[in-house]
Design a protein around this ligand. Structure first.
Ligand SMILES: Cc1ncc(COP(=O)(O)O)c(C=O)c1O
Length: 437
């Protein structure tokens, strides 16, 4: 049996099932490489987050970090579940506009938002711009004056705590390209600038301490630090924050090596830490916002590939190559991310060997999985990589001029195309002929 059966469903035909659909039927209909999302898994995770806030009696927003995976259908699904989104570019914002996403549920992040992007945010009266630096405050001031407009803002701060998968670092994150530093007084200076501008309404503060975090402690410490900061601002200048936004970063299971708590348990710990400190400081309880990306999109996604060639290097290892790779999922090549895979046409078949799963791109580094136990495979088999829904398609490229895969959503056995497969014509549609002599 291949390595991790706990994450998958197998149907009566003995095939991998995703959202009630047979993975092989999806492959027949849409070809490979194919990205498939289990819609119910996305909905369920949003509900789990929402329930934590409701159980704790706290005002909240679950704001999906759309950098994990964005397209029109995804935004429409997120909106159906009453979740917010955060965007980090004009392109993500444009997609949300085209999706009909309620603009008052959009937060805009980024450490170098352009004038055009800020204007777009102001013109569409998005929910909040999360200010990242002094240059941005200047730009936004000018834009608001020119347009005689008003906008909600928050300050992104670096609380001096960074978290890595299993550790946190109390002195970390000060040296970051994002946000205003708390220690040196930058954040207080930014607060004064914002409060002095009647065109900006200061909603509160934001911090994001890292990604794929397994350790609750760093989140609790950062959340407490944010409340301490708001407590100081309340005491010193009477500023009362409406919102504290603790970012995302809740770790998920990619392989058997990962054993995180459920994503909502992080949020429960954060909310309790915030309530405790707010009580101790006797200050008004702000709404708590979170920005999960990976934990909403990641486990819901599957990348389906067709097995092609094979190379056996005697005494060393075997390479099994699939018809995708770093163009549809660059994470293994970029930062040695690990994944698990199953044979979609027979996930329960006994393991026969451990192979290296290679992509088809012209790079030696295009290896999707370094060591994957698998049953015997043959060309034409379908391999499913698990938990690929976050930062996979979102980082896809046309390297080697390979078209990007199609993306399909599945729920209750019904499927729909969410993003079409790119064609060769799509690949050249921005190209211009050579005209210089
Ligand atoms: C500001 C901010 N919020 C939220 C996220 C989402 O993090 P994750 O996908 O790990 O939940 C990120 C990821 O980089 C981020 O930078």
């Amino acid at each position: 049996m291949s390595s991790d059966m706990s994450q998958i469903q197998i149907n009566q035909a003995g095939h991998l099932a995703i959202g009630g659909a047979d993975a092989l039927d999806l492959v027949k209909k849409y070809q490979t490489p194919l990205v498939v999302y289990d819609v119910k898994a996305i909905r369920d995770q949003i509900h789990h987050f929402q329930k934590v806030f409701q159980d704790n009696g706290v005002d909240y927003a679950v704001s999906y970090a759309s950098k994990a995976f964005a397209c029109i259908a995804m935004f429409q699904l997120i909106n159906q579940e009453d979740a917010h989104i955060d965007v980090v570019s004009g392109g993500e914002l444009y997609t949300a506009i085209q999706a009909g996403f309620p603009m008052d549920h959009v937060s805009f992040h980024g450490n170098d938002k352009s004038v055009e992007e800020l204007e777009m945010a102001v013109d569409h009266q998005i929910g909040v711009i999360i200010l990242d630096n002094f240059h941005e405050i200047d730009l936004l001031k000018q834009i608001l004056d020119e347009k005689d407009a008003h906008i909600n803002v928050m300050l992104r701060v670096t609380p001096g705590i960074s978290a890595h998968t299993h550790e946190y670092d109390q002195t970390g994150q000060v040296d970051s390209k994002f946000g205003f530093d708390l220690q040196s007084g930058q954040a207080r200076k930014a607060l004064n600038l914002v409060l002095a501008d009647p065109r900006m309404t200061m909603l509160g503060i934001h911090a994001h301490i890292g990604s794929q975090i397994f350790e609750v402690k760093g989140f609790e410490m950062a959340a407490t630090k944010l409340i301490d900061t708001l407590g100081d601002w309340h005491k010193d200048i009477g500023y009362t924050a409406k919102v504290v936004n603790v970012g995302g970063g809740f770790g998920i299971r990619y392989t058997e090596e990962d054993d995180p708590i459920a994503p909502e348990m992080f949020v429960d710990a954060i909310v309790k830490a915030i309530k405790k400190r707010v009580g101790e400081l006797d200050m008004p309880m702000p709404a708590v916002w979170i920005e999960p990306g990976r934990s909403i999109a990641g486990p819901a996604g599957y990348n389906l590939y067709t097995v092609g060639s094979r190379k056996d290097v005697p005494g060393i290892r075997s390479y099994v190559t699939v018809d995708g790779g770093m163009g549809d999922n660059i994470r293994p090549a970029l930062y040695q991310a690990k994944y698990d895979a199953v044979l979609a046409n027979d996930p329960k078949a006994p393991v026969k060997e451990t192979v290296r799963v290679a992509g088809k791109y012209c790079e030696s580094g295009d290896i999707l999985i370094q060591k994957q136990p698998l049953p015997a495979t043959k060309p034409g088999d379908v391999l499913a990589m698990l938990a690929t829904g976050a930062y996979g398609y979102a980082m896809a490229s046309n390297y080697n001029r390979n078209p990007r895969p199609a993306v399909v959503f599945v729920e209750n056995g019904k499927d729909q195309l969410a993003i079409k497969r790119e064609s060769y014509e799509d690949l050249i549609h921005l190209d211009e002929p050579f005209t210089l002599k």
